[in-house]
Design a protein around this ligand. Sequence first.
Ligand code: PA5
Length: 477
Amino acid sequence: MTRYQQSHWQNEMRLTIDFNNMMEDYIGPEEGFSKEHIDALTVKIAKAHQSMTVKRNTGAMDWRKLPLDQQEVVRDILETAQGIRSWCENFIVLGIGGSALGPLAVHTALNHLHYNELPVEKRGGPKFYVLDNVDPERVHDLLDIIDPATTVFNVISKSGSTSETMAQFMIVYQMLQEKIGDQYAKHVIATTDAEKGNLIKIARQEGFKTFIIPGGVGGRFSELSPVGLLAAAVCGIDIKELLAGAAFMEEICGEANVYQNPAYMLGALQYLAMRRGKNISVMMPYTDSLKYFADWYAQLWAESLGKRTSLTGEEVFVGQTPVKALGTTDQHSQVQLYTEGPFDKVVTFLTVGRYRKEINIPKVFEEIQGIAFLGGHTLSELITAEQMATEYALMKAQRLNFTISLPEINAFTIGQLIQLLEIETAFTGELLNINAFDQPGVEEGKNATYALLGRPGYEAKKEELESRPIKKIEFTL
Ligand code: PA5
């Protein structure tokens, strides 16, 4: 039996949620909440739970099933990854937003922090890059350092039509044809929708190896689909353990009772905070390995909850602006604002029980009192103390904050964290009575880009853009 199938190990690795510092007992009645505040949401929570259950069972939340129903896909991914690992020196994801942030977050969480600089024997797999922009300098410089003959490009686009990703793909496609010749198709893997968009058509026509993003799985909820799993497996991550962690959290979060469901409790508290005008949600991991998790969460939270209209059609203009911070680094830049600035934030700390590596601080300069006290401690003791100290400072300043603790960082706990935050986001969407799964604001920008660059069918949009107010010279310096 593998470790993630053993219930004592699973329980040892269970994430914990500490929301003491959201409560009035700790940060006072003016800012904090009481059990009465939570209990007053009972009807709303029950309705949200009911709606989540219906959506889960009718295909509108198929991302919740990803940890449970992908056995065949996982087999295919593992086989493909093994093949890639045997000959490939670089594995490059071409994608943006939900098709890029998850792969990067999971890779950074679970692999060596200088993975690409490791010698190949230590890496065991290809170097890994995520190209999630169309800055010509960035695209040029990446293509400049890789040998296409030993590179696989994983083009990921759920819609199969996003301008950035398709432009990158077109550049790579031509480069491969020129430099590789007949065998170019071996260097492309497409991950996309089964039917919609151009990418699936091209992939079929060209005979690219293809993975499908299931229907009810939107971009920002797709990390546990082939979007994230292939890159993870190629870089040596145990994807079965990752999915087992997510399945473990999925079960915990099936509970209707908010006091037993961590995703619901986090969502309910954020909802209460939003109602009091806390419009900023800071995620502050105290480990570099979760630095890009804060980016992934920022997209999930912002794009899902930032909405103009409610499900019943009223203008609501809801959402919380996500902010990424890193402990301890940002203690020296942002925490001053968090403790003394406006009362408009909720801070989520991500902490680690046991760091995977340890470094002792040597006992040197013992005659200098101001630093001698550090000697004999470890870096994990220092970073843990800094987190507790920051949490204390926030609590003392009556600032809402809670902590999600990972006993250690491994595939099982990362799987839990993904599922937890996705369910929390969807649930908060239910409480806000908005559609957490669309992104009309993003689509508007996508459509305007198509129009500006002359995509057929977007002539009316082009006209609309051309009739926008002309900028005045007097407002330009
Ligand atoms: O979450 C989302 O839906 C978006 O962020 C998309 O992931 C992003 O716009 C990229 O879309 P696509 O995967 O269709 O290229």
